[in-house]
Design a protein around this ligand. Structure first.
Ligand SMILES: Nc1ncnc2c1ncn2[C@@H]1O[C@H](COP(=O)(O)OP(=O)(O)O)[C@@H](O)[C@H]1O
Ligand SMILES: O=C(O)C1=C[C@@H](OP(=O)(O)O)[C@@H](O)[C@H](O)C1
Ligand SMILES: [Mg+2]
Length: 233
Protein backbone atom coordinates (compact mmCIF):
# COMPACT_ATOMS: atom_id res chain seq x y z
CA UNK A 1 0.00 0.00 0.00
CA UNK A 2 1.49 3.42 -0.86
CA UNK A 3 2.46 5.62 2.05
CA UNK A 4 -0.28 8.12 2.85
CA UNK A 5 0.56 11.69 1.76
CA UNK A 6 2.03 13.85 4.49
CA UNK A 7 -0.66 15.34 6.63
CA UNK A 8 -3.22 12.68 5.79
CA UNK A 9 -2.12 10.11 8.30
CA UNK A 10 -4.64 9.38 11.03
CA UNK A 11 -4.18 11.48 14.13
CA UNK A 12 -2.93 9.64 17.17
CA UNK A 13 -3.78 10.77 20.69
CA UNK A 14 -0.71 12.44 22.25
CA UNK A 15 1.40 10.28 24.59
CA UNK A 16 0.75 11.40 28.16
CA UNK A 17 3.73 13.43 29.49
CA UNK A 18 4.52 14.70 32.97
CA UNK A 19 2.52 17.81 33.91
CA UNK A 20 4.51 20.97 33.12
CA UNK A 21 5.66 23.07 36.09
CA UNK A 22 3.04 25.62 37.10
CA UNK A 23 4.14 29.24 36.50
CA UNK A 24 4.77 31.22 39.63
CA UNK A 25 2.21 33.88 40.42
CA UNK A 26 3.77 37.11 39.13
CA UNK A 27 3.16 40.73 40.16
CA UNK A 28 -0.32 42.08 39.51
CA UNK A 29 -0.49 43.46 36.02
CA UNK A 30 -2.69 46.06 34.42
CA UNK A 31 -4.72 44.27 31.76
CA UNK A 32 -3.70 45.42 28.34
CA UNK A 33 -6.50 45.31 25.85
CA UNK A 34 -5.13 43.92 22.67
CA UNK A 35 -6.75 44.99 19.42
CA UNK A 36 -9.11 42.25 18.27
CA UNK A 37 -8.36 40.84 14.89
CA UNK A 38 -10.81 42.26 12.37
CA UNK A 39 -13.57 39.78 11.60
CA UNK A 40 -12.67 38.30 8.27
CA UNK A 41 -14.77 36.71 5.56
CA UNK A 42 -12.73 33.58 6.19
CA UNK A 43 -14.02 33.29 9.75
CA UNK A 44 -15.40 29.87 10.42
CA UNK A 45 -13.90 28.36 7.27
CA UNK A 46 -11.13 25.79 7.50
CA UNK A 47 -7.64 27.09 6.90
CA UNK A 48 -6.25 26.98 3.34
CA UNK A 49 -4.33 23.70 3.48
CA UNK A 50 -7.29 21.89 5.00
CA UNK A 51 -9.64 23.20 2.34
CA UNK A 52 -7.28 22.05 -0.38
CA UNK A 53 -7.05 18.62 1.17
CA UNK A 54 -10.84 18.27 1.32
CA UNK A 55 -11.23 19.24 -2.31
CA UNK A 56 -8.68 16.64 -3.37
CA UNK A 57 -10.58 13.95 -1.51
CA UNK A 58 -13.87 14.86 -3.20
CA UNK A 59 -12.35 14.56 -6.68
CA UNK A 60 -12.83 17.01 -9.57
CA UNK A 61 -15.12 19.90 -8.83
CA UNK A 62 -18.52 20.44 -10.37
CA UNK A 63 -18.87 23.39 -12.71
CA UNK A 64 -19.69 26.61 -10.85
CA UNK A 65 -22.48 27.83 -13.14
CA UNK A 66 -25.02 26.68 -15.73
CA UNK A 67 -23.48 24.92 -18.71
CA UNK A 68 -25.26 25.70 -21.95
CA UNK A 69 -25.67 23.43 -24.98
CA UNK A 70 -26.04 25.09 -28.38
CA UNK A 71 -25.98 23.83 -31.94
CA UNK A 72 -28.11 23.16 -35.00
CA UNK A 73 -31.45 21.39 -34.95
CA UNK A 74 -31.27 17.71 -34.01
CA UNK A 75 -27.55 17.80 -33.14
CA UNK A 76 -28.38 16.19 -29.78
CA UNK A 77 -28.57 19.16 -27.37
CA UNK A 78 -31.61 17.81 -25.55
CA UNK A 79 -30.72 14.13 -25.41
CA UNK A 80 -27.00 14.57 -24.67
CA UNK A 81 -27.67 17.45 -22.28
CA UNK A 82 -29.84 15.14 -20.16
CA UNK A 83 -27.13 12.49 -20.04
CA UNK A 84 -24.37 14.91 -19.12
CA UNK A 85 -26.56 16.36 -16.35
CA UNK A 86 -27.09 12.84 -15.00
CA UNK A 87 -23.35 12.13 -15.23
CA UNK A 88 -22.57 15.31 -13.26
CA UNK A 89 -25.51 14.87 -10.86
CA UNK A 90 -27.00 18.28 -11.66
CA UNK A 91 -30.46 19.27 -12.97
CA UNK A 92 -31.28 19.55 -16.66
CA UNK A 93 -33.50 22.17 -18.29
CA UNK A 94 -34.45 22.71 -21.92
CA UNK A 95 -35.64 26.11 -23.16
CA UNK A 96 -37.94 24.52 -25.79
CA UNK A 97 -39.58 22.32 -23.14
CA UNK A 98 -40.30 25.40 -21.01
CA UNK A 99 -41.84 27.15 -24.02
CA UNK A 100 -43.98 24.10 -24.81
CA UNK A 101 -45.20 23.93 -21.20
CA UNK A 102 -46.19 27.59 -21.28
CA UNK A 103 -47.40 28.01 -24.87
CA UNK A 104 -48.07 24.58 -26.36
CA UNK A 105 -46.32 22.81 -29.27
CA UNK A 106 -43.65 24.82 -31.09
CA UNK A 107 -44.99 24.02 -34.57
CA UNK A 108 -48.42 25.40 -33.64
CA UNK A 109 -46.80 28.45 -32.06
CA UNK A 110 -44.85 29.19 -35.26
CA UNK A 111 -48.04 28.88 -37.32
CA UNK A 112 -50.09 31.10 -35.04
CA UNK A 113 -47.60 33.79 -34.02
CA UNK A 114 -44.66 33.53 -36.43
CA UNK A 115 -40.94 33.06 -35.87
CA UNK A 116 -40.23 36.61 -34.62
CA UNK A 117 -42.61 36.16 -31.69
CA UNK A 118 -41.09 32.75 -30.97
CA UNK A 119 -37.62 34.34 -30.80
CA UNK A 120 -38.87 37.01 -28.39
CA UNK A 121 -40.35 34.45 -26.03
CA UNK A 122 -37.35 32.16 -26.41
CA UNK A 123 -34.94 34.97 -25.44
CA UNK A 124 -37.07 35.80 -22.39
CA UNK A 125 -37.15 32.18 -21.23
CA UNK A 126 -33.38 31.79 -21.68
CA UNK A 127 -32.60 35.04 -19.84
CA UNK A 128 -34.78 33.91 -16.92
CA UNK A 129 -33.07 30.49 -16.81
CA UNK A 130 -29.57 31.99 -16.95
CA UNK A 131 -30.46 34.34 -14.09
CA UNK A 132 -30.90 31.26 -11.91
CA UNK A 133 -27.60 30.78 -10.09
CA UNK A 134 -28.12 27.04 -9.53
CA UNK A 135 -25.61 24.89 -11.42
CA UNK A 136 -27.47 23.08 -14.20
CA UNK A 137 -27.35 22.09 -17.82
CA UNK A 138 -29.48 24.23 -20.11
CA UNK A 139 -30.14 23.02 -23.67
CA UNK A 140 -31.22 25.77 -26.06
CA UNK A 141 -33.18 25.52 -29.29
CA UNK A 142 -31.05 25.62 -32.44
CA UNK A 143 -31.99 29.19 -33.34
CA UNK A 144 -31.50 30.77 -29.91
CA UNK A 145 -28.08 32.15 -30.85
CA UNK A 146 -29.69 34.40 -33.50
CA UNK A 147 -30.78 36.73 -30.69
CA UNK A 148 -27.98 39.12 -29.76
CA UNK A 149 -29.04 39.53 -26.12
CA UNK A 150 -28.85 35.75 -25.69
CA UNK A 151 -25.33 35.64 -27.18
CA UNK A 152 -24.24 38.33 -24.73
CA UNK A 153 -25.57 36.34 -21.78
CA UNK A 154 -23.79 33.22 -23.00
CA UNK A 155 -20.44 35.00 -22.70
CA UNK A 156 -20.60 34.37 -18.95
CA UNK A 157 -21.27 30.60 -19.20
CA UNK A 158 -19.47 27.48 -20.32
CA UNK A 159 -20.96 26.78 -23.75
CA UNK A 160 -20.83 23.40 -25.50
CA UNK A 161 -21.48 23.38 -29.25
CA UNK A 162 -22.81 20.12 -30.70
CA UNK A 163 -22.29 19.55 -34.39
CA UNK A 164 -23.64 16.96 -36.78
CA UNK A 165 -24.33 16.48 -40.48
CA UNK A 166 -27.39 16.74 -42.69
CA UNK A 167 -27.13 13.01 -43.33
CA UNK A 168 -27.19 12.11 -39.62
CA UNK A 169 -30.10 14.49 -39.04
CA UNK A 170 -32.11 12.78 -41.77
CA UNK A 171 -31.65 9.52 -39.89
CA UNK A 172 -32.45 10.72 -36.38
CA UNK A 173 -34.50 13.92 -36.40
CA UNK A 174 -38.19 14.13 -35.77
CA UNK A 175 -38.89 16.54 -38.66
CA UNK A 176 -42.57 17.00 -37.77
CA UNK A 177 -41.63 18.63 -34.47
CA UNK A 178 -39.24 21.11 -36.15
CA UNK A 179 -41.24 23.72 -38.10
CA UNK A 180 -38.20 25.00 -39.99
CA UNK A 181 -37.56 21.55 -41.46
CA UNK A 182 -41.11 20.39 -42.02
CA UNK A 183 -41.54 21.77 -45.54
CA UNK A 184 -37.98 21.22 -46.64
CA UNK A 185 -35.83 18.83 -44.58
CA UNK A 186 -32.81 19.79 -46.72
CA UNK A 187 -33.04 23.31 -45.34
CA UNK A 188 -30.99 22.04 -42.37
CA UNK A 189 -27.64 22.54 -44.17
CA UNK A 190 -28.46 26.04 -45.36
CA UNK A 191 -29.74 27.18 -41.95
CA UNK A 192 -26.68 25.68 -40.27
CA UNK A 193 -24.27 27.51 -42.58
CA UNK A 194 -26.06 30.81 -41.93
CA UNK A 195 -25.76 30.34 -38.17
CA UNK A 196 -22.36 28.73 -38.00
CA UNK A 197 -20.45 31.99 -37.17
CA UNK A 198 -22.88 32.66 -34.31
CA UNK A 199 -22.38 29.18 -32.84
CA UNK A 200 -18.62 29.59 -33.10
CA UNK A 201 -18.80 33.02 -31.46
CA UNK A 202 -20.42 31.67 -28.28
CA UNK A 203 -18.84 28.20 -28.00
CA UNK A 204 -16.03 27.21 -25.64
CA UNK A 205 -15.77 23.67 -26.99
CA UNK A 206 -17.44 21.60 -29.70
CA UNK A 207 -18.22 17.93 -30.22
CA UNK A 208 -19.53 16.01 -33.21
CA UNK A 209 -22.46 13.85 -32.27
CA UNK A 210 -22.50 11.78 -35.48
CA UNK A 211 -19.18 10.09 -34.70
CA UNK A 212 -19.53 8.74 -31.17
CA UNK A 213 -22.19 7.12 -29.04
CA UNK A 214 -24.26 9.16 -26.59
CA UNK A 215 -22.63 7.29 -23.69
CA UNK A 216 -19.09 8.10 -24.86
CA UNK A 217 -19.96 11.71 -25.55
CA UNK A 218 -21.72 12.18 -22.22
CA UNK A 219 -18.60 11.01 -20.39
CA UNK A 220 -16.31 13.25 -22.47
CA UNK A 221 -18.45 16.35 -22.09
CA UNK A 222 -18.86 15.76 -18.35
CA UNK A 223 -15.09 15.42 -17.99
CA UNK A 224 -14.57 18.65 -19.90
CA UNK A 225 -17.16 20.45 -17.77
CA UNK A 226 -15.48 19.37 -14.53
CA UNK A 227 -12.20 20.99 -15.45
CA UNK A 228 -13.32 24.04 -17.43
CA UNK A 229 -13.54 27.40 -15.73
CA UNK A 230 -14.73 30.50 -17.51
CA UNK A 231 -12.78 33.57 -16.48
CA UNK A 232 -15.58 36.03 -17.08
CA UNK A 233 -18.09 36.64 -14.30
N1 LIG B 1 -24.27 10.65 -30.31
C1 LIG B 1 -25.48 11.22 -30.21
N2 LIG B 1 -25.63 12.30 -29.40
C2 LIG B 1 -26.84 12.87 -29.27
N3 LIG B 1 -27.96 12.49 -29.93
C3 LIG B 1 -27.86 11.42 -30.75
C4 LIG B 1 -26.62 10.75 -30.92
N4 LIG B 1 -26.82 9.76 -31.79
C5 LIG B 1 -28.12 9.79 -32.14
N5 LIG B 1 -28.76 10.78 -31.51
C6 LIG B 1 -30.20 11.06 -31.70
O1 LIG B 1 -30.32 12.30 -32.38
C7 LIG B 1 -31.52 12.96 -31.98
C8 LIG B 1 -31.16 14.32 -31.47
O2 LIG B 1 -32.32 14.98 -31.02
P1 LIG B 1 -32.33 16.05 -29.89
O3 LIG B 1 -31.57 15.59 -28.71
O4 LIG B 1 -33.74 16.47 -29.72
O5 LIG B 1 -31.47 17.22 -30.61
P2 LIG B 1 -31.57 18.80 -30.44
O6 LIG B 1 -32.07 19.08 -29.06
O7 LIG B 1 -30.17 19.26 -30.69
O8 LIG B 1 -32.48 19.27 -31.49
C9 LIG B 1 -32.16 12.10 -30.90
O9 LIG B 1 -33.13 11.28 -31.48
C10 LIG B 1 -30.98 11.26 -30.41
O10 LIG B 1 -31.40 10.03 -29.87
O1 LIG C 1 -33.17 25.89 -35.04
C1 LIG C 1 -34.27 26.45 -34.81
O2 LIG C 1 -34.57 27.56 -35.26
C2 LIG C 1 -35.24 25.74 -33.94
C3 LIG C 1 -34.82 24.64 -33.23
C4 LIG C 1 -35.71 23.87 -32.38
O3 LIG C 1 -34.99 23.29 -31.30
P1 LIG C 1 -33.94 22.06 -31.50
O4 LIG C 1 -32.64 22.66 -31.95
O5 LIG C 1 -33.83 21.46 -30.15
O6 LIG C 1 -34.52 21.15 -32.52
C5 LIG C 1 -36.84 24.73 -31.85
O7 LIG C 1 -36.34 25.68 -30.95
C6 LIG C 1 -37.54 25.41 -32.97
O8 LIG C 1 -38.12 24.43 -33.77
C7 LIG C 1 -36.60 26.29 -33.80
MG1 LIG D 1 -33.70 20.22 -28.34
Amino acid sequence: MPAPPPGDSPRRSPTPSPAPPQPKPGPPTTPISLPKPAPSAEAGKPSRPKRRRRRRRRGPRLPDRTIVFVGPMAAGKTSLGKRVARELGIPFVDSDAIIVRKHGPITAFFERHGEAEFRRIEAEVIAAELANSEVRILALGGGAVITESTRKLLAGHPVVLLLTTQEAVMRTANIARRPLLRDDPNAWGRIFEERRPLYEEVADVSYRTDRASKEQLARRVAQWARSFRKDTV
